[in-house]
Ligand binder design. Structure first.
Ligand code: PBG
Length: 322
């Protein structure tokens, strides 16, 4: 039955009716706040990501506690090591920056879900996500280092380890290492469909992790490939991933939808640094209403199928949503 019997505007007439028929909701409980932690004291704003900070462990605990009090259930921690080397030594050091941060979060904000990014690019002198041999990132050698890194995060108390390196077989290697040491309760959130994206630009500045030669297209996915993203996710699930992720988020909503339709595990989306910086820059110039733009983007990401969203807006969005 078409117009004039059917009138779509009837259900848009009042805020109350719009609330009742709304198909997708965003809540603070769906959001995960990323933090950058470094050695030293205090905090400094990251120039490429206004409103985000390089934090000491103490400053991290303070901000994470405030975000948690505002309703954000989880954080994901990225580390800036004191030194970088070919072997990515600080990545798997029990006294490394992430390991210290996780122990502090565990002690001071016990209810918080603590996730860690498992990757080597911040820790290697060349900035690639694995160990270089014969001019290439050596997959199988890297797996051992990633497994050691995940294990040290679990020992520090991480609830969830999230490998973002895009090596083949990393989920199986990490699961085996965790189970071998009695960490069968530690979850794995796999960055399954991580695309080689220009939208990571501000992060590489924030994490000091730009590769010094070449790029990441030999291991991160081609932005053109949607079917391949489904294969990646299914393989990660077979290897033992508890949850899978699509990254970036807004330019890849179709990929989120396919993964939602073709898997049964919880699905995360990562609204990355470039997505954050675009909204922040437009808002700073008065071109967009920041709050409305953020909530609309988060709604779109949830509508596409994400159960949870890693977003630099998490703490502020939680306050807007309460
Ligand atoms: C580490 C890693 C990156 C991001 C998350 N983990 C950078 C990269 O792969 O270059 C990007 C996050 C963001 O842009 O917000 N491999």
């Amino acid at each position: 039955m078409a117009f004039p019997v059917t009138r779509m505007r009837r259900l848009r007439r009042t805020a109350g009716v719009r609330d009742l028929v709304r198909e997708t909701r965003v809540a603070a409980a769906d959001l995960i706040q990323p933090y950058f932690v470094r050695h030293g004291s205090g905090e400094e704003e990251i120039p490429s990501m206004p409103g985000q900070y390089h934090l000491s462990v103490d400053a991290l605990v303070e901000r994470a506690a405030a975000a948690h009090a505002a309703g954000v259930p989880a954080v994901i921690v990225f580390g800036l090591p004191a030194r970088k080397d070919e072997a990515a030594s600080e990545a798997f050091d029990d006294e490394g920056i992430v390991q210290m941060a996780v122990r502090a979060l565990r002690a001071h904000v016990p209810e918080l879900v603590v996730m860690t990014d498992v990757c080597l690019c911040q820790y290697t002198s060349h900035g690639h996500c694995g160990i270089i041999q014969d001019g290439d990132v050596a997959n199988d050698v890297t797996l051992e280092v990633l497994a050691d890194t995940a294990l040290s995060h679990a020992r520090a108390g991480a609830d969830v380890v999230a490998p973002s390196d895009m090596m083949d077989g990393r989920v199986a290697a990490i699961r085996a290492a965790l189970d071998g040491e009695g960490f069968e309760r530690t979850s794995i959130l796999a960055y399954s469909a991580k695309f080689a994206s220009a939208f990571y630009g501000p992060f590489r500045d924030a994490a000091h992790s730009a590769p010094s030669m070449g790029d990441r297209r030999g291991y991160q996915m081609d932005p053109a490939n949607g079917r391949e993203a489904v294969r990646e996710a299914l393989l990660d699930i077979e290897e033992g991933a508890d949850m899978v992720m699509v990254k970036p988020a807004l330019p890849y909503l179709d990929v989120l939808r396919s993964l939602r339709d073709q898997t049964r595990v919880p699905l995360a989306a990562y609204q990355v640094s470039g997505e954050y910086a675009m909204i922040a820059a437009a808002a700073a110039q008065g071109l967009m209403d920041e709050r409305a733009a953020v909530l609309e983007a988060l709604t779109a990401i949830r509508r596409a199928g994400a159960d949870m969203v890693i977003t630099y807006h998490a703490a502020r969005a939680a306050r807007w949503l309460s």
